[in-house]
Design a protein around this ligand. Structure first.
Ligand code: FMN
Length: 207
């Protein structure tokens, strides 16, 4: 039996225990697409909640133009994602950017190595190399409490593009053997591990 003596109390700098990574497409004022790395997001039904700092270009873009694409990269794209992590579409830079070592990049596709594909329902472009691309629109923006420089953006799925490589043979469902998210664990990148078990709600072939 586990005892309280086996635990100690710590003050971790971050609480990023491991979440999938997304590449968020949003529309710049000049009509070009901004890309940003995003790990603070989750899905509930058809809603996708995005957690963004107020200092970034993505939050400003989504406040002004409520459409986006949530692109899901593969583990092999971690370096493209990392390049998005230290570039911002925002200019001039803020103290937040200078402290974090984030540089300005006008063209995030060129900066990262992703290439654009037009979306069907929304104006920002998809990131072609990401095997899943979810077009979505903003339905609510929830401010954080006073001391937190974040904004929680609630979006609604409009359309899911899935590369055939991550689908089953009839291209109707995800092939969970072929699909792996890119995970951010603290500030390190991982793919998925071995299959441990199956939920009682899983579909028989794949999900
Ligand atoms: C893997 C990874 C995940 C990140 N997750 C988030 C996040 O969830 N929210 C956020 O605001 N910034 C996140 N960042 C930092 C932004 O990508 C970074 O601040 C970037 O400059 C934002 O670009 P933008 O200002 O053009 O929107 C993450 C960075 C990396 C590398």
């Amino acid at each position: 039996m586990t005892s309280a003596a086996e635990f100690t109390q710590i003050s971790p700098e971050i609480l990023y225990f491991g979440t999938p990574v997304a590449v968020l497409s949003s529309l710049n004022p000049d009509g070009t697409t901004n890309l940003a790395a995003l790990s603070s997001f989750w899905a509930l039904g058809e809603r996708l909640m995005l957690g963004l700092t107020v200092f970034g270009q993505s939050a400003a873009n989504l406040r002004r133009h409520g459409q986006c694409v949530v692109n899901l990269p593969s583990p092999g794209q971690w370096q493209e994602v990392e390049r998005l992590g230290y570039t911002t579409g925002r200019t001039p830079l803020t103290d937040y950017h200078r402290t974090a070592g984030i540089l300005h990049a006008k063209d995030k596709f060129a900066a990262s190595g992703f290439t654009p594909l037009p979306a069907q329902y929304v104006a920002p472009a998809r990131a072609a190399q990401c095997p899943v691309q979810i077009e979505a629109d903003v339905i609510a923006i929830h401010p954080a409490s006073e001391d937190a420089p974040f904004v929680y953006i609630e979006t609604r799925k409009l359309l899911v593009h899935a590369h055939r490589d991550v689908l089953n043979s009839s291209a109707t469902r995800f092939d969970i053997g072929a699909w792996s998210p890119l995970f951010y664990v603290f500030r390190h990148y991982f793919g998925k591990g071995s299959h441990l078990g199956t939920s009682f709600r899983a579909a028989s072939e794949t999900d």
